[in-house]
Design a protein. Sequence first.
Length: 181
Amino acid sequence: MTDLSAIPLTRLDGQADSLANHAGKVLLVVNVASKCGLTPQYEGLEALYRARRDDGLEVLGFPANDFGAQEPGTHEEIAEFCSLNYGVSFPLFAKADVTGAAKQPLYAALTEAVPTRQGPSEEFREMLRGYGMSPTQDPEVLWNFEKFVIARDGSVAARFAPGISPDDPALVAALETELAK
């Protein structure tokens, strides 16, 4: 398995980063988008981050335009949207693919580590088909706002379907378990 902490990342503002800079924290990694039906999850992600950051939780947002062109903006537009509409203060990273042959190395490693997600994936796929879309198949990320929980030791502890909200009891329980370690 790939050492997640060694994968180079770039912040939305162009600064170099990596998960090594977040070592010892519990991470909630989420692929985000500004023009998605799930975009209001930003509010819950920010609330979760503010409530638990002092306990060692970090939310890391990764804008992606993979699904329905729902993240068309520039890095500056994404930052402005997140700040003005949701008061996002958690780290946001450079827009990059989370599916397919060009997916960023972090997402390749995450989907390899946990190839299936918890939550209503088949129902979500059926909804997408109802809109005339062709959903991805496991292990690929299904849609915007899929969530990965990374434990303090850097291992991938859990993966949740896009429709699982930031306050969903299953996600909260997974985070609580990791924060207690």
